[in-house]
Design a protein around this ligand. Structure first.
Ligand code: ADP
Ligand code: MG
Length: 450
């Protein structure tokens, strides 16, 4: 098959054109046939075809002559029946399965797993989810831009892809362009270099929905920022939807011009909060079902997911990775997924995500919680209203840090380790008898682990 040969040959171009060029310009090429010395490629956009023809013809011809020495010319065609490009239909061959998605613009590839169905909703992300859902309906633009922000691995890209996929199926008439800010910059710089700014502007200004992931990336990149700002304004003026994501709020992105910041803030800004225990558990349950498609015989013993949700509180990506490893490991060694196996298999992950809660943090949180002064908690007063919070703090230090009893005692105003032991025991008893104490402990533990 000529496609397969091309697949191998094209790899050789990687060296001569560089990794970035290769990804952007060469990978999307789909060799259809070679006839009468003309090699015909399907390309996702005219823009791409023109660009490749101007910049990489010689390199491509050189490689193609390995397959067919008679090749002397390249031709590019967009294999779509998009009403927006009726003229292209005549010259394009029938669409093959391998042809790129029919969007006339080069949307970055979407991860098929990142759908709304696969997105688990909980308190920390319900607002972001609701806003994303609304925008994905493709109805009248009500907030522009939608700005999603939050820490690493909390589902920003997942939601962005979900919006793009949903729009692609329900609103095929719409031009949806999804790309990372890095790709935006890359294309911008390319366009500058080859003096194709008009094409660049045209592409970005002809979309109905523009989605740019990780916009914090353009901070400090002045000319990219400038162009982004103009693109942004042009689209907003035309009432086109813009969806952006970043790892922090617009106002907190350093080296971003004030006018850009304020533009970004004028739509709907929603944040994805760090996951809580319930959300993590929900995500794990949903991901277990996905794993079981590949490993139908593997069961997960009770308590394992709870353990993971409790112990891995960093980001969802880590949680997912842990589960994948667990299933692969269990299937390899032919064992059940129980706590013991989990601890064996994930020892490094568990160690890395060990919560480094400090005694000071606990003391601060507990004194805040009971509304007493830190100095009173640590000081010598024996009043019940100080002694009980002190014992709660000691209990938490014992359970949430790796400090020894004497060490804890020292940090509580130089108390003896037996005093600490007594305090810890007292709270252990009260935890069972006194609902209020149990609740306080749970609340404090969660807030310390968040
Ligand atoms: P971000 O872009 O915020 O860094 P991602 O969207 O890439 O994070 O999410 C990291 C991983 O975690 C992805 O595999 C994603 O599917 C998964 N994930 C994050 N949040 C959720 C969620 N609420 N439900 C299901 N999967 C999630
Ligand atoms: Mg992301």
């Amino acid at each position: 098959m000529i496609q397969d040969e091309w697949g191998q040959l094209s790899q050789r171009l990687l060296k001569s054109v560089g990794q970035n060029n290769f990804k952007t310009w060469i990978e999307p090429l789909n060799l259809r046939d070679i006839q009468d010395g003309i090699a015909t490629f399907h390309v996702p956009t005219n823009f791409l075809g023109n660009y490749v023809s101007q910049n990489f013809s010689d390199a491509i011809l050189h490689e193609l002559r390995v397959i067919d020495t008679s090749v002397c010319r390249l031709s590019f065609a967009v294999p779509i029946q998009s009403p927006k490009h009726p003229a292209m239909q005549k010259e394009a061959a029938p669409v093959s399965k391998a042809a790129p998605a029919s969007s006339p613009l080069n949307t970055a590839p979407l991860d098929k797993r990142f759908t709304f169905d696969n997105f688990v909703v909980g308190k920390p992300n319900e607002l972001a989810h609701a806003a994303a859902k609304r925008v994905a309906e493709g109805g009248p633009v009500t907030f522009n831009p939608l700005f999603l922000y939050g820490g690493v691995g909390l589902g920003k890209t997942h939601l962005m892809h979900a919006i793009a996929s949903e729009l692609q199926t329900t609103r095929p008439d719409m031009n949806v362009l999804y790309l990372s800010a890095e790709q935006f910059m890359y294309r911008f710089v390319q366009a500058l270099r080859v003096r194709k700014m008009m094409d660049f502007k045209e592409i970005f200004r002809s979309v109905d929905v523009l989605m740019v992931d990780d916009v914090q990336f353009i901070a400090g990149k002045d000319s990219t920022q400038e162009e982004f700002f103009h693109t942004f304004n042009a689209l907003v003026d035309q009432n086109k939807q813009i969806i952006l994501s970043a790892d922090r709020a617009p106002g907190e992105i350093k080296d971003l011009e004030d006018r850009v910041k304020s533009r970004l803030q004028c739509g709907l800004v929603v944040d994805l909060h760090p996951t809580d225990y319930e959300l993590r558990l929900g995500i794990l349950q949903s991901k277990v079902e996905m794993q079981q498609v590949n490993y139908p015989t593997l069961q997960v013993e009770d308590g394992v997911l709870e353990f993971l949700a409790h112990r891995i509180s960093t980001n969802v990506r880590v949680l997912e990775g842990a589960l994948t490893r667990l299933f692969a490991f269990a299937s390899l060694v032919g064992r059940e997924i129980n706590l013991e196996l989990t601890q064996d298999c994930l020892a490094d992950v568990l160690r890395a995500s060990e919560r480094k809660i400090t005694v000071e943090e606990i003391q601060r949180k507990v004194s805040d919680h009971y509304n007493i002064r830190l100095s009173d908690m640590i000081g010598p007063k024996r009043l019940r209203s100080y002694a009980r919070p002190r014992q709660v703090a000691m209990y938490l230090c014992k359970h949430l840090t790796s400090r020894s009893l004497p060490e804890i005692g020292r940090r509580f105003g130089g108390r003896d380790h037996t005093t600490v032991m007594h305090g810890v025991r007292r709270i252990e008893e009260l935890k069972v008898q006194d609902g209020q104490i149990a609740e306080d402990l749970e609340l404090l533990r969660r807030s310390l682990e968040a």
